[in-house]
Design a protein around this ligand. Structure first.
Ligand code: HEM
Length: 462
């Protein structure tokens, strides 16, 4: 039996990649994305004064909001990353993960942790720590899970011989940083420090989650998939090293830029601003490198859908970094702090960049995992357009609204006035969110039909 006619539900002896496991991870990721978007829509409806669960405490908007953000980070992104890592790491290291059994155990344990987090939050047991709302009794299990993930993937990576491709540099760092970041953010403010010190650690934690977990895995995947799709090497290996080491040196210090103008000592705030400016320069080198790689092959964006997902994410990445450059100045920060500008920024980076990349990875990998072409390439295109345009409308809407809100507060208008300004923008967000939701439903339907086709093909091939 060849690799192409083997059923998707089996892994052949000696096969590097555990394909069914990758499918499970992607399935779980998409299920959590659906849950998260449902939570986002409920929150968005509440903000336009329609709360379908009024009076039901465990379905109150504040709790849905936390389910929304946690399901996206730990359910959607973590699961889709783990699925992609199970595909990429064995192929680059030319060795399977340390233990395929451990991989499957981690899969189930991780789903239990994310579900326990969602249920704990709905039952009112959230920890008072942004992005660390995971109930205290779940934290040690999550940390152990991250340790096992690191050991399982690092084992094949450290055995590779010869120069190591930049993707593996990013992954190695991410495994270690994610473990340390989670430990720092969830245990230090809870048990060891309080007040502004806890606030400072919280600031580091929320930004390091993005910069030291999501960013290195996301870019690591781009360094792997983009050259494969373009059939050429990355434009500059030198620049890719600048990007990696720049991230390693400057990113860990930036987090306190979330808490400018707070009682956190000013020298820490200035330090965060300076390192943010350094990160801006570093990310510019990465973006230049990827667009340099695309040079001469731009037409492929019209015909190759995964590539289009990737480069759309990179354009949004450049936009979020431009926003960061403005946000990190004290003058601009004074205008947009606490406004919807920040919520727009969060969606642009989390969904516009990493969400798009992971859906691009899935668009590329599902046919390879299921050993059949997409049931409907046209639905694939619909998925892309609904998601990308929906996100673009949502982010622009909120970013613009943030500026209006900021000027309204700066002019000392009554609070109600800023709410009145906001309502039309929040209505637009509901519709933009519905477009993204529809995009996801289209994708799920297409995957289901493709899976049905693959199931019919396997007995025929046998
Ligand atoms: C159906 C689509 C979505 C809708 C309607 C939606 C709506 C919302 C709403 C209403 C909030 C709370 C804003 C506030 O407190 O003022 C929020 C927060 C957030 N959402 Fe979404 N969302 C959607 C999809 C997503 C996706 C796909 C992601 C990431 C992949 C995401 C990431 C976030 C983040 C990170 C926050 C926290 C923002 C902050 O604290 O500044 N959302 N969303």
């Amino acid at each position: 039996m060849t690799e192409t006619d083997r059923g998707a539900t089996t892994t052949g002896p000696g096969e590097l990649v555990d394909r069914p496991l990758v499918i499970w991870y992607f399935g779980a990721a998409l299920a959590y994305l659906l849950i998260s978007m449902t939570g986002g829509l409920l929150m968005a409806l509440q903000l336009v004064r329609w709360n379908g669960f009024d009076g039901i405490e465990w379905l109150s908007p504040g709790r849905w909001r936390m389910v929304h953000t946690n399901a996206v980070a730990y359910g959607f992104l973590a699961n889709s990353f783990l699925g992609a890592l199970h595909w990429v790491v064995p192929r680059l290291a030319l060795r399977p993960v340390l233990s395929p059994r451990l991989s499957r155990l981690i899969f189930w344990a991780w789903q239990a942790i994310v579900l326990a987090t969602a249920v704990g939050i709905l039952l009112g047991q959230a920890q008072g720590l942004e992005w660390g709302e995971t109930p205290v009794w779940v934290d040690p299990a999550a940390l152990l899970g991250l340790l096992l993930v690191a050991v399982n993937f690092l084992a094949p990576i450290v055995q590779t011989r010869g120069p190591m491709y930049v993707t593996l540099w990013y992954f190695m760092a991410a495994f270690i940083w994610t473990f340390l970041t989670y430990a720092m953010g969830n245990f230090i403010p809870e048990y060891f420090v309080s007040g502004t010190s806890a606030g400072a650690v919280g600031g580091l934690f929320i930004h390091d989650l993005v910069g030291l977990f999501v960013t290195p895995i996301g870019w690591g995947l781009m360094y792997y998939f983009v050259p494969i799709l373009l059939h050429k090497p990355i434009w500059s290996h030198g620049l890719s090293l600048v990007g990696f080491w720049g991230l390693a040196f400057f990113y860990p210090l930036t987090g306190i830029h979330h808490f400018l103008y707070t009682p956190i000592p000013m020298f820490l705030q200035y330090g965060a601003i300076v390192s943010t400016i350094a990160v801006e320069m570093v990310v510019t080198t990465v973006i230049v490198n990827f667009f340099g790689t695309l040079r001469g092959s731009g037409r492929m964006l019209a015909t190759n859908l995964p590539l289009r997902w990737f480069y759309t994410g990179m354009v949004f990445y450049a936009l979020t970094c431009l926003q960061c450059a403005m946000q990190t100045t004290l003058t601009f920060q004074a205008l947009i702090h606490f406004t919807d500008w920040v919520v727009g920024h969060a969606h642009l980076v989390m969904y516009g960049v990493f969400g798009l990349w992971m859906q691009g990875v899935m668009t590329y990998l599902f046919p390879r995992l299921l050993h059949t072409e997409w049931y409907s390439p046209r639905l694939c295109a619909w998925h892309y357009w609904l998601s990308a345009v929906g996100l673009f409308v949502m982010a622009s809407d909120l970013i613009l609204l943030g500026v209006f809100q900021g000027y309204s507060w700066a002019a000392l208008q009554p609070w109600d006035a800023s709410i009145e300004i906001s309502i039309p923008f929040w209505v637009v967000r509901v519709f933009a969110g519905l477009a993204m939701y529809a995009g996801l439903l289209v994708f799920l339907y297409n995957i289901y039909q493709t899976w049905q086709v693959s199931r019919r093909q396997v007995p025929a091939a046998a």
